[in-house]
Design a protein around this ligand. Structure first.
Ligand SMILES: NC(=O)c1ccc[n+]([C@@H]2O[C@H](COP(=O)([O-])OP(=O)(O)OC[C@H]3O[C@@H](n4cnc5c(N)ncnc54)[C@H](OP(=O)(O)O)[C@@H]3O)[C@@H](O)[C@H]2O)c1
Length: 298
C-alpha cells in the first residue's frame, strides 16, 4: 500500500535547521498542521500551536514535544471564527514573542452546513480566508521585524473550481457548500498573491499550496457515501506526514527565498487557476476583506 502511495510522492527532503526561529501554526492539533509542527520542532524551532480547542491542543503539545525531542512547543487559544479571539491571540503573541519567522495559515473547514462566524461571515470564507487575513494583518509588524520570514497559507486544488462572489461573498442568497469551500481556497491563493506584492523588499515572502488529497479529519462533513469513497481511494491519497511536506517545503526550502506569491504542490511550483492569477480580482478581494473586517491595510 505504501509503495503505491510512494509512486505519487515527491522525494523532497531538507536538513535546514530552524534554531532561533519561531513558528505559529494554526489548526495544529491534528492532521497536516500537527505533522508540520512536529517537523518544524525537529528542526529546532519554537512552535506555537494556535488552536480553538485547548484540550486537544494540550494533547498535541505533549505528542509533538515527545516525538520531536524539542520541548519548546506551546499552545495558545485561537478561534478563527471570531475576530475577538483572533485579536486576543495576536495581542498575546505581539506582547510575549520577540520574533515570528514563520506564520503557517493552515487551519480550515470544508463543506460544512451553512453557518456564520461571530462576525457574521459564512463559516468557510470566514475561517479559511477572513480569519487568516486578519491574523496575518495583526502579526505583520512582528513578522517584518523578524525578517527573513515566511507566510505560508494552505489552500487546495479545489481553488480551481472556485470563483469569488464579490456581490455575495457570505453566500446569503444561495449556499452551495462545495462552491463556498472552493471560494475560500481561491481566496487563499489570491491573498498570497496580493500579500507578496505588498511585502516586496521587506524580506518577508508568501506562498500558497495544495497539500494533496490527505486522509485527515477535514472530511468530517462529507456524506456517508462520500466518506466511503474516500476510504476506498486511500491507496491514492496521502497520509498526514506526506500531506505536510509541501507546507514544510514552502516554510524552509532555501531556493524559495527569492520567490514570493506563488502556488505550490508536491513540493514544487505548480500552476494555479486563471482566476488565481487575476490581480484585479485579488485587489478587489483585498479591499472587500479590509472593509468587512473594518481595517486599513494598504
Ligand atoms: N485533507 C485534505 O485532503 C486537504 C486537501 C486540500 C487542502 N487541505 C487544507 O489543509 C488544511 C489543513 O487541513 P487538514 O486536512 O489537516 O484538516 P483537519 O485535520 O480537519 O485539521 C484542520 C484544523 O483546523 C482547525 N480549525 C477548524 N476551524 C477552526 C477555527 N474556527 N479556529 C481555529 N482552528 C480551526 C481544526 O481544529 P479542530 O481539531 O478543533 O476541529 C484542525 O486543527 C486546511 O486548510 C485544508 O483546507 C486539506
Amino acid at each position: 500500500m505504501q509503495a503505491v502511495r510512494n509512486l505519487f510522492r515527491a522525494p523532497w527532503s531538507s536538513d535546514v535547521k530552524l534554531s532561533d526561529k519561531t513558528a505559529v501554526i494554526t489548526g495544529a492539533n491534528t492532521g497536516i498542521g500537527k505533522e508540520t509542527a512536529i517537523d518544524l520542532s525537529k528542526r529546532g524551532a519554537r512552535v506555537i500551536l494556535a488552536c480553538r480547542d485547548m484540550e486537544k491542543a494540550q494533547a498535541a503539545v505533549k505528542e509533538i514535544a515527545e516525538s520531536s525531542g524539542n520541548d519548546d512547543v506551546i499552545c495558545m487559544k485561537l478561534d478563527l471564527s471570531d475576530s475577538k479571539s483572533i485579536r486576543e491571540f495576536a495581542e498575546a503573541v505581539n506582547k510575549n514573542e520577540p520574533k515570528l519567522n514563520l506564520l503557517i495559515n493552515n487551519a480550515g473547514v470544508m463543506v460544512c452546513p451553512y453557518g456564520k462566524t461571530a462576525d457574521g461571515f459564512e463559516m468557510q470564507i470566514g475561517v479559511n480566508h477572513m480569519g487568516h487575513f486578519l491574523l496575518t494583518y495583526l502579526l505583520m509588524d512582528l513578522i517584518k521585524r523578524s525578517a527573513p520570514a515566511r507566510i505560508v497559507t494552505v489552500s487546495s486544488m479545489a481553488h480551481s473550481w472556485g470563483s469569488i462572489n464579490l456581490e455575495d461573498i457570505n453566500s446569503e442568497k444561495c449556499y452551495n457548500k462545495n462552491k463556498a469551500y472552493a471560494q475560500s481556497k481561491l481566496a487563499n491563493v489570491l491573498f498570497t498573491r496580493s500579500l507578496a506584492k505588498r511585502l516586496e523588499g521587506t524580506g518577508v515572502t508568501a506562498y500558497s499550496l495544495h497539500p494533496g488529497v490527505v486522509q485527515t479529519d477535514l472530511w468530517r462533513h462529507l456524506s456517508g457515501p462520500q466518506q466511503f469513497f474516500m476510504k476506498m481511494a486511500r491507496p491514492f491519497t496521502k497520509d498526514s506526514i506526506q500531506g505536510a511536506q509541501t507546507t514544510i517545503y514552502c516554510a524552509v526550502e532555501p531556493s524559495l527565498e527569492k520567490e514570493s506569491g506563488g502556488y505550490y504542490s508536491d513540493c514544487a511550483p505548480a500552476n494555479c487557476s486563471v482566476a488565481g492569477k487575476n490581480d484585479k480580482l485579488a485587489e478587489k478581494l483585498w479591499q472587500l476583506s479590509c472593509q468587512m473586517l473594518s481595517i486599513t491595510w494598504e
